[in-house]
Each structure stands twice: as C-alpha cells, then as structure tokens.
Design a binder for this molecule. Structure first.
Ligand SMILES: [Zn+2]
Length: 396
C-alpha cells in the first residue's frame, strides 16, 4: 500500500524565524512528506550584519533569497511570502508604515493564509507562540492570523472565493525553553567566548529567563539527527548573523544542547493539561505507515459487566464501525468478571488519528455515547496496548 503523505505548513513572520522548527521540518522532508513555509514579510527592516551584503533598499530581496537558500539545505522548496512589509519593533517609525504586516486588517491577512491552507491542504500547522517569542509585532501578528486561518479554512461560509474548504488536523506553536538559551549565554561568558562583554541589561534579562519555568511543551522532537542540515540552513541567513555574531560563535557542545531538540505546544485539538509530552512529530514515527492492532482492556465497575457488553455491542461498536473503525474481536473472561477486552485494527498511524477524530470528536460521541461510559467502566484502569504482527502471524 502506498503510504499517504503528511502535509505540513509552517507560518512565521521573518526569514530566520523558522529556525525554531527547521529540524522538525527536515525530519518530515527526510521521511518523504510535503512541507510549505510561509513567511509574513521579507524582513526588510532588520539589522544588516555586513554592509557588503545588502542596503536597506535591497534587504528584503536579499533576505528572500537567503530564506530560499536556507530551506534548500533541508530540501524545502515550497517557500511563499505574504506581500507585506516588516513592521520593525514596537515604537519604531517602520511600525507605523501602512504597508507593514502589523498594520494590515486581520481579515486581509487571514484571507491570504486561508487561501494558502486550502491550496496546500496541510495536516499540521506550525506557527509562533502567542507572545511571538519576545513580543515582535510581526511574530504576534502571524500567531493571531495563523490561528484564525486554521479555524476558518474549513468553513465554507468564510472566504468563499479562497478555494475549496480544508480543515488541518493539528496546530502547534513554539514552546522554546528560554532557560536553555539563557544558560548558553551565561556559559559562553564564563568560557570567554562572547564577542562583546555582556551589559547589565542583558544580564538581568538572562537571569530573569533562568528563573522562569519553561513553557509547557506537548511535543519535544529530538532533532540531533538533522543538526548538520539545520546548521547549514541557518548559515544561509548571512545578512542576519555575520561571522562575528554570537550565534556563529556558539561552540558545538552548547549548540547541541540548544538545537538538539525542538519544543512545541499543541493548540488544536486542545492538549489535555498535564498530559505527558509526545516525542515524535505526528505521523512520522517509525512504522507510522504500517498496519497495527490496538488491544484495549477495560475494567467494569462491580455488577456492570453485562450492561457494558450490551452497550458495546448495541451502541459503541456499531457507531464506530459506521465511522470506518475496524473492530476485529472482543472478549470477556470466565475468570475475571470485571474484564472486557477488544481489538481494533488500523492501516497506519495516520489512519488511526483520522478515525479517532471521526469518532471521538463527533457530536454523537461527545454528547450521547461518551458520557455514559464512565457509569460502567473504571476508566483509570483502562489499558491500551499497540500490537504489531510478527512475521508468522496469520492475522496482520
Ligand atoms: Zn522574526
């Protein structure tokens, strides 16, 4: 069976913002999936690291080329730009420019992003966190507009001329651990590696970052495997990070610590508070394209087993099967009068996610079928085990 491709869209504000997700995008591309990057501006008003590379007039074009060259290092060729100018930092004159991203009406930018979502049909969308990392107006704008576009793209009533509706399945935003970043600066200072001595303002900032808890991450991707490609990608942003910049002088061991993992928060569907973070980006875990079984063992409340069996066979299983679920067997045990076991089969991890959504996110499940389950089952004792057929297994 041909494995279905996962499609990923990453939406950020400036060339180099994508650094927080480059390793993860590289992992998707290496696994044969399809990735699009959309950049809200061309970073026209950033500082120029070396005057021989660009002038304020050419900087937008230079940064566009740098971003394309950078993404080519990880095999990402679909790079798109929104037609807006870099807004610069709060309080600067560029921030008042009527052409800048931050000054555009939400409806316009959301419409542009809805059109890109409907065109590329992503399963997964990555963007800036609500604070845009450190509050840059363009980062915050891309966060707000991308979240709104994620929600609007599947609604045929909104932006009817922006293409056929499409609902992406998951939305993530960055959950970078600033503590790690701060500790690297501190350690570089200790080792005498900073290009310039640290001033008091910077030191206070770093100490504050070190004292704060890390933001909640629901997905922590080990990107060590893509370290080299991601380093090559980042080195293409020459007009931003010159040879003498702090970034260029980070030694390898510290670089590994900072860039060895990428952290995200799952915003759609809502991540259950306190749940343990996932470590594989959705749909590219090893074996993601292979079929497997899911063994579910339930414990009924005393005296409820008979009711549960009836409920399963008259309501739960028929409903799930009507949504495409494949149920291969179910059992009770003459030895344990509270036990109920059943098995479902999935063609792939992607198919499992699709079916879970079709079943557990449906109104019927949420409002009618689901709420009755805890009357019969002790859900704390539910055990779910994924099983992969061995070579000799007659059923697979
Ligand atoms: Zn930026």
């Amino acid at each position: 069976m041909q494995r279905e491709k996962t499609r990923v869209l990453a939406a950020f504000g400036h060339p180099d913002d994508e650094g927080q997700v480059t390793g993860t995008l590289a992992a998707y591309i290496a696994a044969g999936h399809q990735v699009t990057l959309v950049c809200g501006t061309r970073g026209e008003v950033g500082e120029i690291s070396d005057p021989s590379l660009a002038t304020p007039e050419t900087l937008g074009w230079v940064r566009e080329l740098e971003l394309r060259a950078s993404m080519a290092q990880v095999g990402l060729t679909d790079v798109r730009f929104l037609p807006h100018r870099d807004s610069g930092m709060d309080g600067t004159p560029e921030n008042e420019d009527p052409d800048c991203l931050h000054q555009q009406p939400a409806e316009l930018v959301v419409g542009e992003l809805v059109e890109i979502i409907r065109d590329t049909r992503p399963n997964i969308v990555f963007t800036w966190d609500p604070n845009g990392g450190y509050g840059h107006p363009d980062h915050i704008a891309m966060h707000k507009h991308t979240v709104a576009a994620f929600d609007a793209a599947g609604d045929a009533q909104t932006y009817p001329s922006a293409g056929l509706v499409w609902s992406p399945q998951r939305l993530y935003w960055g959950a970078r651990a600033m503590k790690t970043f701060a500790s690297i600066w501190m350690e570089m200072e200790e080792r005498g590696l900073l290009p310039e001595p640290m001033d008091k303002e910077r030191r206070d900032q770093l100490e504050k970052a070190l004292a704060e808890p890390d933001p909640v991450a629901s997905l922590i991707v080990d990107t060590a495997e893509f370290q080299e490609a991601r380093g090559a990608a980042s080195s293409m942003h020459k007009s931003q990070f010159g040879e003498n910049s702090m970034f260029s002088s980070i030694p390898d061991d510290l670089r590994q610590r900072f860039f060895g993992e990428e952290r995200f928060f799952q915003a759609r569907p809502k991540w259950p508070a306190g749940a343990e973070a996932e470590t594989s980006p959705p749909w590219i875990e090893p074996g993601a394209g292979k079929p497997f079984f899911e063994l579910r063992q339930y414990r009924c409340w005393p005296g409820q087993q008979e009711n549960w069996v009836k409920y399963m066979h008259e309501t739960v299983i028929p409903f799930q099967v009507s949504r495409g679920m494949v149920v291969t067997a179910s059992w009770t045990s003459p030895e344990e009068d509270d036990l109920y076991v059943w098995i479902r089969r999935f063609d792939s991890e992607m198919e499992r996610v699709r079916l879970y959504e079709a079943v557990y996110e449906s109104d019927e499940w949420r409002n009618e079928i689901g709420p009755r389950v805890s009357d019969m089952l002790d859900r704390d004792r539910t055990k779910v085990t994924r099983l992969v057929a061995t070579g000799a297994s007659p059923s697979r």
